[in-house]
Design a protein around this ligand. Structure first.
Ligand code: ARG
Ligand code: ZN
Length: 881
């Protein structure tokens, strides 16, 4: 493990390399513990660069085994090699030269899963962001692009498959039971997109004919025997390729597109050119083992990685500060894809729920950073929901501000102008300025200012003048390193509704630009006056969540109920129902803490049950409405002095009241929302299952006994319903015989399937209450748990920390102490994973003082440990600051 050096990288220090890399020729002689890598690199000095400057290449835990200059061995005084760099002196002033660098690496010992490593008996790589430097000395930065040739030599019996980027050149026997294969990728790429896979895998194959009529061979590689479980991923891939042609005009550019699923992987997946490598969780699915959420994730991530081929690979980042250039944009593209494949409003609700539960706490806590940061110590810690999800929201706002057509025009300019380049956010934004003629300088603050803006609104109606005035005020909270914030350009999708639920079209609007139902808030304060408004309007602000803001707008329960019923934007209907629910949940949490009775407003429960029973609404929407804000959502709204036990008790009481009042509605939904016939993962069927599951949840509250859930568990014929029933049993009745039996039946049935066992771990890790910590400890001793596998660790330890406020945050602080020890243990093997799980502590300051004290002490224990990785040191120091 590389320990921290305290070095900070600044965007302001960016400068191009002194040497231009012309081409890369790699030869791998694969061996589990001693792989020989020979890199032949052709460089020339950049025009205008210092003629004396040495060439400095990056390394990480490397040792040099040989160095040739134009095929002649270099002498010791011509270079300096350390584990972290190779510096070569006295290089030609202008003419090209070739360096041949040999390194010996140990894939078996690579537990960080960065660079070349072993998983499930195969060789695979992960190079983003800085993994390539663990393979060979290299200018390992995204603005160094070159075509690659890759030769792979390996034992033939163990590794019948030898894969790399680009097109297959050829292969042959290589003596002594070995064989080799050669690949050529003609598209210049940065090293982070390099990939190699070797081993023995099964495959499913298909062909895609592109819009210009070229046939592309498509292959998905999985462990032998798992081929049928890759069928849905293949289907999603074909739909993604077609969609990118139709919607963005982007065609695939190689003869072959490959995906490899591996079981040990730090992230979701990786967009290596022509050879995507996936966490198998996001490839494998079948009705017996995958939930509807799994299918939706597979579809989204397959699309995401495929879309990177244009937004990321053809056009890449100049430096890692520009990460959102590819990630924000590509998340936006995968969101749009899923919206087109499924229900747009339901997808939008899911996106916003995710944004609020993951990104808002990041943006409001010690780890807040701009979408385009200007400083980092460890780039792996910047693969955040701010860069990804807020980055996507910023792209979405450009589309909202400019309108669909102009946005498309801007994207076309981007693809034409920058194909083959490594560029910046400024280059990206400029394309939209050129397409629209608009100045996007103020808008660009969304990339540069961290923090979730707070917009406060208040309205007043003048019946004689027939005007409605809407006063708006915006405030961007202070975040680490940024105290003075400028007002932002906030696109607020907005509409007015009459008392009868019909839309009111104002005759004109003064005081703010208002076009296509989008109001442009640009001032710190601003008043928009709507003329020709015949009756008191009910305003709907930030429809479709047009801007990622917190909105404070006091609307009466009656007004919210009207929007919940008549808004034409179904996202806004859901928002209105949530706005009705929240005050009830907040009050319930306070009353639970103070030992007072908890009684919900009628308007809220009536509106919720009306939506639940409304046959004109899609089932998936109704299910979303019934899924109340989570305990973490409530904690975030409360903001400070949080007591997880009180929040939990309050929410439980609210659930019970809804359940009692709606018992008949829920019984009926449970009975009717079935999905007879063969299982289909389509969105409509998934929506019916979601609504049926929601109904079952409430029935379990109405009934206060495990009977319904037990029956549902026994009757389930798909994973979505089976897992939901199991969750109700385990969470609501953990000590019951029904729960104990169901948990062990589930384990026995799926013991051979690690991805399903992860669900079994997660269900138990999220059982509310203080007793769960001991359960988690015991589960870690289970033979089914594997400390070296990131999915296992995330499913049990990660899920416990991120989504069990009463268990992890138990009053005696034991949860935090447990986590400190686990983080230190994981850090020894896999710093990236440790740092990621540690971010679960980011909201510790919002806890009540006693818990906050325990949390701080646990963080301090981590901080004081010797030999922390850069990853963990960076997170722990920022979290404590
Ligand atoms: N680019 C990958 C994606 O599509 C993520 C890779 C992140 N890797 C890392 N080591 N942080 O989202
Ligand atoms: Zn990505």
């Amino acid at each position: 493990m590389r320990t921290d050096t305290g070095q900070v990288i600044n965007l302001a220090d960016y400068r191009p390399t002194d040497f231009v890399l012309e081409r890369v020729d790699l030869t791998f002689e694969l061996d589990p513990t001693e792989t020989k890598v020979e890199a032949r690199l052709i460089f020339h000095r950049r025009e205008g660069a210092n003629p004396k400057a040495p060439l400095v290449l990056d390394g990480d835990e490397l040792s040099l085994a040989g160095l040739l200059f134009d095929q002649v061995e270099m002498s010791a005084e011509q270079y300096t090699a350390t584990a972290e760099s190779l510096t070569v002196y006295d290089l030609p002033a202008a003419e090209p030269f070739e360096l041949t660098i040999t390194t010996i690496i140990n894939p078996e010992a690579n537990t960080q899963l960065m660079g070349l490593y072993r998983t499930g008996g195969i060789y695979c790589t992960q190079c983003e962001a800085e993994g390539f430097r663990r393979i060979t000395y290299f200018p390992d930065r995204p603005d160094v692009l070159a075509p690659y040739t890759v030769n792979i030599i390996a034992d033939k019996a163990a590794n019948p498959l030898l894969l790399s980027n680009g097109n297959f050149l050829g292969g042959a026997g290589y003596g002594e039971g070995k064989h080799f294969a050669a690949w050529f990728d003609p598209h210049p790429k940065p090293s982070y997109l390099f990939a190699l896979v070797a081993g023995d895998l099964g495959v499913i194959e298909d062909t895609f004919t592109t819009m210009s009529g070229r046939d592309v061979a498509m292959k998905i590689y999985v462990e032998h025997g798992k081929e049928p479980r890759a069928a849905y991923a293949m289907d999603a891939l074909k739909r993604s390729m077609k969609w990118d042609e139709e919607v963005f005009g982007r065609e695939y550019d190689l003869d072959i597109f490959m995906i490899v699923a591996v079981s040990d992987f730090n992230m979701g997946a990786m967009e290596n050119k022509g050879l995507n490598i996936f966490n198998d969780k996001y490839v494998l699915a079948d009705p017996e083992t995958a939930t509807d959420a799994d299918y939706a994730n597979i579809e989204a991530i397959i699309a995401h990685e495929y879309f990177h081929n244009w937004t990321g690979n053809r056009i890449t980042c100049r430096d890692w500060f520009q990460l959102c250039l590819k990630e924000g944009l590509t998340v936006y593209r995968d969101h749009e894809f899923s919206s087109d494949q499924r229900s747009r409003p339901v997808k939008r609700i899911a996106e916003v729920r995710h944004l609020k539960s993951e990104q808002f706490p990041e943006d409001g806590g010690p780890l807040a950073h701009p979408v385009r940061p200007t400083q980092y110590r460890e780039i792996n810690n910047f693969y955040t929901t701010t860069v990804y999800e807020k980055g996507s929201e910023v792209t979405r706002m450009i589309a909202t501000l400019l309108g669909r057509e102009t946005f498309k025009k801007g994207m076309d300019i981007y693809f034409d102008r920058h194909d083959g380049q490594a560029v910046t956010i400024e280059d990206f934004v400029k394309c939209f300025e050129d397409a629209s003629g608009r100045d996007l300088a103020q808008f660009s603050l969304w990339y540069h200012q961290a923090g979730t803006p707070l917009v406060t609104a208040s309205g007043s109606y003048d019946a004689t003048a027939k005007t409605f005035s809407l006063s708006l005020e915006q405030m961007v909270p202070a975040t680490p390193g940024q105290t003075d914030k400028k007002p932002m350009h906030v696109p607020l999708s907005l509409a007015l509704f009459g008392e009868n639920g019909g839309k009111i079209e104002p005759a004109s609007v003064e005081g703010a630009e208002y076009a296509g139902e989008v109001l442009h808030l640009t001032g710190r304060t601003q008043t928009a006056v709507f003329h020709g408004v015949g009756s008191r309007p009910v305003v709907s602000i930030n429809r479709s969540f047009s801007a990622p803001i917190n909105l404070h707008f006091d609307q009466s329960p009656a007004d919210l109920a009207l929007l919940a019923r008549y808004e034409t934007d179904h996202f806004a209907r859901w928002q209105a129902l949530t706005d009705l629910a929240l005050p009830n949940l907040l009050k319930a949490a306070r009353h639970a803490r103070d030992g007072k009775a908890i009684v919900c407003e009628r308007t809220f429960i009536d509106a919720l049950l009306a939506a639940a029973a409304d046959k004109n609404l899609e089932p998936a929407f109704r299910a979303q409405a019934l899924a109340l804000p989570s305990e973490a959502d409530i904690a975030r709204e409360l903001g400070s002095n949080n007591d997880p036990d009180a929040i939990h008790a309050g929410r439980q009481a609210v659930m019970k009241q809804i359940a009692d009042q709606g018992a008949e509605v829920f019984a009926k939904l449970f009975e009717t929302m079935t999905t007879p016939g063969d299982f289909s993962p389509d969105a409509r069927s998934a929506g019916r299952r979601a609504l049926r599951n929601a109904a079952l949840t409430y029935l379990s509250y109405a009934q206060c006994s495990p009977g319904h859930a037990k029956a549902a568990f026994d009757a389930a014929n798909n994973m979505t319903e089976l897992l939901h029933a199991l969750t109700i049993l385990a969470h609501r009745f953990p000590e019951s015989g029904e729960a104990i039996t169901a948990l062990s039946a589930f384990r026995d049935r799926f013991a051979q399937n690690a991805l399903v066992i992860d669900k079994w771990f997660s269900v138990q890790a999220t059982i509310p209450g203080a007793a769960t910590l001991d359960r988690v400890r015991k589960l870690m001793e289970s033979p089914l748990f594997k400390r070296t596998n990131p999915n296992r660790v995330r499913a049990l330890v990660g899920t416990f920390a991120f989504t069990n406020p009463t268990g992890f945050g138990r009053a005696d602080g034991e949860g935090y102490r447990f986590m400190a020890r686990e983080i230190l243990d994981i850090d020894q093997r896999n710093p990236q994973l440790a740092a990621r799980i540690l971010t679960s502590m980011r909201s510790w300051r919002a806890l009540e003082p006693v818990r906050a004290g325990f949390a701080r002490a646990a963080l301090a224990e981590i901080e004081q440990a010797p030999a922390l990785s850069t990853d963990v040191r960076d997170i722990v120091e920022r979290t404590l600051k």
